[in-house]
Design a protein around this ligand. Structure first.
Ligand SMILES: [Ca+2]
Ligand SMILES: [Ca+2]
Ligand SMILES: [Zn+2]
Length: 427
């Protein structure tokens, strides 16, 4: 059995003995990973910069910016008591909150201050509980697992990511096809959530990315939804911990850049500098750094700050650009992108689709298991169609010989199902 390290546990308690709870443990975990594998932060940064470039290229593409990403979600409730086994209704409520906030349909958008309205936007990302599990069986997108008895005493240790461990918690569904959200007692509620950012650039050498079994979002059970009977604290009972952590999962950083100065920022020019987190206040008078050429107050209403849930209400255009670029690259398998009204349906029914060779220098062979009326179309990395929809039954050839090297996406559809496969074209 995996043993908790008592040393790291007491260090953890010492670190947070003055805090009632810590909103997010993402940055601390990233520093820990850098210690274990030097170069990790640089790798995350490269992926972030790559996403920013794609976002910049996408900005003028109307059809791309209008499209909606439909993210397939599975929620793993890992409980050691009845209270921790939160009801389905709280999870449904959390999904509604995500769909409200990631589409800027939240009523409190009226509280976004006028100076920030020009950069506020709809992220165009929606969330659906999966209706098919990895084995192809119907599901409501929620799993429930009894955690190891030892967890009942200490709570899940975020430093060792125990909630995803087969012995103590629940291993994920394939993290390249589902956004896995784990819900449990994270260290007595000292930590409300954490998530690892994307660290696998599309052309990254095989094996250099983080263990995929750790990709996803972890939430304290009493910080889920806005209708839970016993929230951990009234100030964080609005379901915005999930909004924040999914922001990290899509590559966003804390708005103050995790640095107590006015030099290091979050990498975005449309969020003002901040010297620190807003410290769970909704104080609109805070202006911790002088921005140039125009000075703005600290953007305490940004989902990537630490304000109370009641005053978080906005993502900016640049933040959204990066999240959507991640959905087109590092996170491309978890969402179906379209301007059409079709949502994800039974994705695993097309799991037998194979593409080889991949990478290729021109011709990709597309093979389906079994005969079915299928069609495929191919997009480039910025979402433009390069091969219009074509019918096939069990075999097709995709010829990209006349296109430049890079990443392409083959969208393969049956009457009801859709999968998107990434093609790597080399020269
Ligand atoms: Ca900024
Ligand atoms: Ca300022
Ligand atoms: Zn955070």
């Amino acid at each position: 059995m995996k043993k908790l390290s008592l040393l790291s546990f007491s260090a953890f308690l010492l670190l947070f003995c003055n805090a009632q709870f810590k909103r997010c443990y993402t940055h601390e975990l990233m520093l820990q990973k850098e210690n274990q594998a030097p170069g990790y932060l640089q790798q995350v940064n490269s992926v972030f910069e790559n996403a920013k470039q794609i976002a910049e290229q996408n900005r003028s593409n109307r059809s791309l910016t209008d499209s909606i990403y439909h993210v397939q979600v599975v929620v793993h409730v890992v409980h050691t008591s009845a209270a921790e086994n939160i009801p389905d209704s709280v999870i449904y409520n959390q999904i509604e909150i995500l769909n409200r906030d990631y589409r800027r349909k939240n009523a409190d958008t009226v509280q976004t201050r006028a100076c920030f309205l020009p950069v506020a936007a709809d992220a165009g990302i929606e969330f659906y509980l999966a209706n098919t599990d990895p084995d192809g069986n119907p599901t409501n997108g929620i799993t429930r697992t009894l955690g190891h008895p030892q967890i009942a005493f200490l709570g899940f240790n975020p430093a060792s990511d125990e909630i995803k461990n087969a012995t103590t918690g629940k291993t994920p569904w394939p993290t390249d096809r589902y956004l896995n959200i784990w819900v449990g007692n994270i260290f007595f509620g000292i930590v409300l959530g954490y998530a690892f950012p994307p660290d696998n650039a599309p052309n990254w050498p095989a094996g250099s990315a983080t263990d995929s079994a750790h990709q996803g979002v972890v939430l304290h059970y009493a910080a889920v939804g806005s209708n839970f009977s016993a929230p951990i604290d009234p100030t964080v009972s609005g379901g915005r911990s999930a909004v924040h952590e999914i922001g990290h999962y899509f590559g966003l950083r804390h708005i103050w850049g995790d640095s107590t100065d006015c030099v290091v920022d979050d990498g975005f020019s449309d969020t003002p500098f901040a010297a620190d987190a807003s410290q769970q206040t909704c104080d609109t008078t805070i202006n911790s750094c002088v921005d140039t050429p125009v000075d703005f107050p600290d953007m305490i209403e940004n989902y990537m700050d630490y304000s109370d849930d009641r005053c978080l209400n906005v993502f900016t255009q640049e933040q959204i650009g990066v999240m959507r670029a991640m959905l087109a690259t590092s996170r491309n398998g978890i969402a179906y992108v379209t301007g059409e009204a079709t949502a994800i349906k039974n994705i695993s029914a097309l799991e037998g689709i194979e593409i080889s060779p991949n990478p290729s220098t021109g011709i990709f062979k597309l093979t389906a298991k079994g005969k079915e009326d299928l069609n495929f179309e191919v997009y480039n990395a910025i979402g433009e169609t390069v091969i219009a929809s074509q019918n096939f039954s069990s075999f097709a050839s995709i010829n990209l010989s006349s296109f430049s090297a890079g990443i392409y996406f083959a969208k393969v559809s049956s009457r009801e199902n859709v999968v998107v496969k990434r093609l790597v074209l080399n020269r």
